[in-house]
Design a protein around this ligand. Structure first.
Ligand code: MN
Length: 231
């Protein structure tokens, strides 16, 4: 087929130990999925999981052992880091039961849900969509995907991010309110999951601002760590 202009290139994330990359379809994100983070956002208790999305081209790939650079985005004065475990879906489906959910997982990666917190808060107050706070360019840095069989016990892994070498967030994936399988069950009740979907599973407490010049170093035990510089 001819196009009136060249189609966008496929967004893809490298896979650890393989030459083939993981082509990204959609990016789903879970809100307030760690209790201590829900509290710091002014909420308590176990609410049903809720979701928002980022465009696939918000991905910024952090190469293995390397660094990615993101530009400080427009309009905000309060750009926050949210370190997250990212689930990469390899087999699609809808109405997936939690008991079957992990068979749909291709692998796992470390990601950052970068957030224009001031804009998100303005939208929350007005009951408006979060897109301007969450779904902007370069808002989804991610490291290489580790296939599930090589990722170890991700459900119990430590998750952390440092800024300029200082701890900002440090917790355990075990503290997820809705675990990986339950998240897939809820998500696939609302949307038909496709191979290539990424799920940012939520962030623990300690979210805070970064400024131009800061270097973020994040990890989840057993996965490829990430390093992101803000320009
Ligand atoms: Mn998040």
């Amino acid at each position: 087929m001819n196009f009136v202009f060249p189609p966008s290139p496929t967004v893809a994330v490298p896979v650890r130990g393989q030459d083939a990359a993981f082509p990204v379809h959609r990016i789903y994100c879970v809100g307030r999925n760690y209790e201590e983070h829900a509290k710091e956002m002014g909420f308590t208790g176990r609410e049903p999981p809720f979701f928002f999305m980022k465009p696939a081209d918000a991905v910024v790939v952090v190469p293995a052992g390397g660094e990615a650079v993101i530009d400080y985005p427009s309009l905000t004065k309060n750009l926050h880091h949210e370190i997250e475990l990212v689930v990469a879906i390899g087999r699609g489906g809808r109405a997936i039961r939690a008991a079957d959910a992990l068979s749909h997982v291709f692998g796992y990666a470390v990601g950052l849900d970068m957030t224009r917190r001031d804009l998100q808060n303005d939208m929350k107050k007005q009951g408006r969509p979060w897109c301007i706070g969450k779904a902007f360019e370069q808002s989804a840095p991610i490291g290489p995907i580790t296939p599930a069989a090589q990722a170890g016990d991700v459900a119990q892994a430590e998750i952390f991010v440092q800024v300029n070498g200082q701890d900002r967030q440090r917790s355990s994936v075990a503290k997820l309110i809705w675990n990986i399988a339950e998240t897939i069950e809820h998500l696939s009740a609302a949307w038909t999951l496709q191979p290539g979907d990424l799920i940012y599973t939520g962030t623990p407490e300690g979210v805070a601002a970064v400024v131009a010049g800061d270097v973020l170093s994040g990890g989840v035990t057993g996965l490829e760590p990430i390093r992101v510089r803000v320009r």
